[in-house]
Structures are given as C-alpha cells and as structure tokens.
Design a protein around this ligand. Sequence first.
Ligand code: FA5
Ligand code: MG
Length: 493
Amino acid sequence: MRAVCSRAQLWTGREALKVLICLGNAVSRPYKICTQCRYSSTASQNPFSSFLTTTPSSKVDLQGQSYEKDDWFNLPPTIASQIARKLHVQKDHPISITRAIIESKFPSQTYKYHNDFFPIVSTLQNFDSLGFPLDHPGRSKTDTYYINKGTVLRTHTSAHQADVFRRNESEGFLISADVYRRDAIDRSHYPIFHQMEAARVWDRKTVPNGDIAAAVWKDMEALPKHNMTVEDPNPPMHPERNPLQKKHLEDEAAAIAAHLKRSLELVVAEIFSRAKKAAIMANPDFADEQLKVRWVEAYFPFTSPSWELEIFWQGDWLEVLGSGVVAQDIMTNAGVPSQIGWAFGIGLERIAMLLFEIPDIRLFWSQDERFLSQFRGVMDNLDSLKRFVPFSKYPACYKDVAFWLRSSSSAAGGGGSTFHENDIMEIVRDIGGDNVEDVVKFDEFTHPKSGRKSLCYRINYRSLERTLTNEEANSYHEEVRKALVEKLGVELR
Ligand code: FA5
Ligand code: MG
C-alpha cells in the first residue's frame, strides 16, 4: 500500500466544470454504457450482479413506513439517513433557488408544481411504467438502491410521470425531487442528486377541430422569444435514429418538438442571464463568453423522438437534460389516450453548478455556515443572487489499495456473482462519507497463469470543511481495506 499526501492546489470552479463537462460529453455518445446516461443505454453484460451481502427477510423502517427486506436490499444507512434532507425545498438552498428560477419559466396556471412526492417507489413506477426492458442496466442492483425486489429509491423523477398523467389535473406539470443512484465518486457525482421533470400535453378531444399541430403552434407563438443562438442541425425526427411514433402525425410531433425546445431554451437563457449578472456583481470587468447551446438526438425508452440539450462550457459540451415526445403507450396506460405531449428531465445540480460556479457536488450537502450563508435571502430577492466564493483549499490525502478479486471458483457465499465497481464506491462512501473526494482505478491486470485479476484504486480523502489529519485518513483507509475483504471477499496485495 502506498500513501501519498500532498498539499492541494486551489481548485477552481472552472477546473471542476471541466471534470463535469468530460462526463457530460461522454454521456452524449450513443449507446455508451455510462451510469450517467443509463437511461439512454440499452443493456449491459451483467446487469444483476453484486457482491454486497444483505440480511435476508426482515423489516426496515424508512420515512415512517415499514418495508419487508429481501435479498435485493442494498440500501446503506448513510443513504437512508439523507432521505429526509430534501434540498430542493430548503429555503435559500442553491438547489431550491435553481428550482424556483426554472419554475418561474413555467406559469402555474398551466403547470402544476409537485415538490413532495415520496422517494420510495415500486419498480413498476420507476421502470415498467416507462417501458424499460427487463435487461436494462438501470434495473441492476449495482446501479439502483433496492429495498426489496419490487421497491426502490427512485432513480429519476420520470418514476412519477405515469401517475401524474393518470391524475389528469392540469395541462402541464413540474416534479422536483431527490433521486438516488449507486455511482462513481468524484466531484460531479453524488449518490443522491435532484431532478426536475416536466410535461405538457394537448388533448385531441378539446383542441379546436381536433387539430393538435395548430393548437401547439398557437401556444408556441405565445411563448416569449430569446436571442440566444442554438445549434439544432438534425431534423425533428429521423426514421432510424429518432423515429416518429406510429400513432403520431409528423406535423403534430414537429410542433410539439418546437414547443418543448423553445420552453427549454427560455430556461437556459434565464439561467445564463442570472449567472452573468452574478459574475458582473463579483467583477464589473467580467467579459462574457459567447454562449453556445445545441440540441442532440438521444434515446430513452419512454420518449420518441428524443433529444438532449448540451451547453458549451470551458471548452467542452455539457449535457444538462433529456427530453422528448412522450411514448403514447404511457398516455394510453394512464387512461388519457387522447392526450399527446412532451416531457423532459433536467439535473438541478448541473444547472446550479453553472449558475453559482459551485465546484464540488458534495458542497450541496454541506451544513457549514460558510456555505449556507452565501445564499441567504436569495429566494426573497432573486436579483441578489451571487456567485459562490470557495472558502477552503484543504489538503488532499491519496491512499492506494490493491487487491486480487476472488476467482469465481473460490467465491464464498456469492458464487457466480460478478464484481462491480459501484460496490467499491459504496464501501468507500459508507466509511469515508463526504471526506472522500474521488476514487479512481489506476491499474488492472490479469495474472497470465492463474487467470486471477488484480485491481488498484487510489482514494483521495479530502474534506471540504477542514484539514484531515493523516491519522484520520489512515483510519478510514484501514476500515476500507477490511471491508473490501469482508464484503467483497478480495485478497489484499
Ligand atoms: C433521465 O434521468 C431521464 N429520466 C430524463 C428524461 C425525462 C428524458 C423525461 C425524457 C423525458 P438521465 O439519466 O440522462 O435521464 O438524466 C437526466 C439529467 O440528470 C442529465 O442530463 C443530468 O443533467 C442529470 N444527471 C444524471 N446523472 C447525474 C449525476 N450522476 N449527477 C448529477 N446529475 C446527473
Ligand atoms: Mg443523459
């Protein structure tokens, strides 16, 4: 084991966003299996494997409800204890401020706001209602927190789409909520983040002459305009890459696409105008860069055609949302077959990081006054919104761990299971909590004779709030090493 402790360099918002952008860019590549774009991917090789051990058949109490656990249960206490935080409704929290700014672009006469949907949902809601195939990687225990085989912590706000369509209370809705995914550890990934879902529908039975396209274009004309340049090189639909649904007419889908895109472009224009104002407040000589925004074709099981919106930021493209024309089967199954419309899901952390220049996703969970006080009063006066001023540059403490994976023949208690990196991430997160900045695999090889596989990971222990001592980091690291042996059955090298 090697330990490398170094003094941290000042880590600027721009560097952080570069990390974020690389990830965003990766997700826009078609069919790449990436946990960030899991809903754009098709199927993985080993979707249902995990090495984590669970206690079979007992009960667990969560958010005032009792649930039967089974061998799908994989929810660690560190995640369970954060469920109550609901950052998207905490007054003056940057996630909540971001939510309010986006809401302001969707008038409440048309869009009903839902901000308190319960985070524990059925697999029916999270996956089946949206047409996820059974072998979709998003369903895997390595990607999703399960309470039992049929119950999960929602992995996206789309889990509530079908239920809200079924309620049929308004022409549009916004759903903001906390979502949960087992994921990598770095400055742009946290196992809990926040999304805002939106949808807008038109009803064939109530629009004049049953003409959806005309009704949508009329609503489109009523939307404000913006003077942002948006690249949109692809046709609204494409027979192979981005098909029109069988039950839709081309001109109605094209009108819906135009309304969706304009509605979202107005959100981006608002965010960037506020970000610019904040930048000028911090530095009157601030020189604005040319804002570049583009639409790219995408794939989701529950929309077609589908698009993602990307923003050019510090040299690369960052994906901020997924969207599309709602699969007509969802409307039919929700009992509203005559309705047709669009939906999108936007990542609130991503937008908040751009808006405030917040460099590390862990900061959103900070209870440190030096963080929270910077946003106080903003919700009462959005014009007072300022850029985040980093308050720390504490030292990084790197520690390495190298181990042999157990060979499948000697696997104790989990024979046939396949190693998944998210299991390591979770062990490290469970032990080090928010004192872990990132975990990176830096070496991997397979022994030529025995066929055994060796992996090396480097863990960066660094607090956002104080200097960690080498002893503290060592003690976390020792626990991590022990847990890797106990829970994953690895052999330390
Ligand atoms: C979804 O979650 C779809 N439900 C979005 C959608 C809704 C599509 C309605 C169509 C219609 P995706 O996994 O790409 O898709 O996530 C959507 C957005 O959430 C991303 O663009 C990004 O802004 C944000 N996001 C996703 N993963 C993370 C993450 N690990 N950390 C921070 N933000 C994330
Ligand atoms: Mg995506």
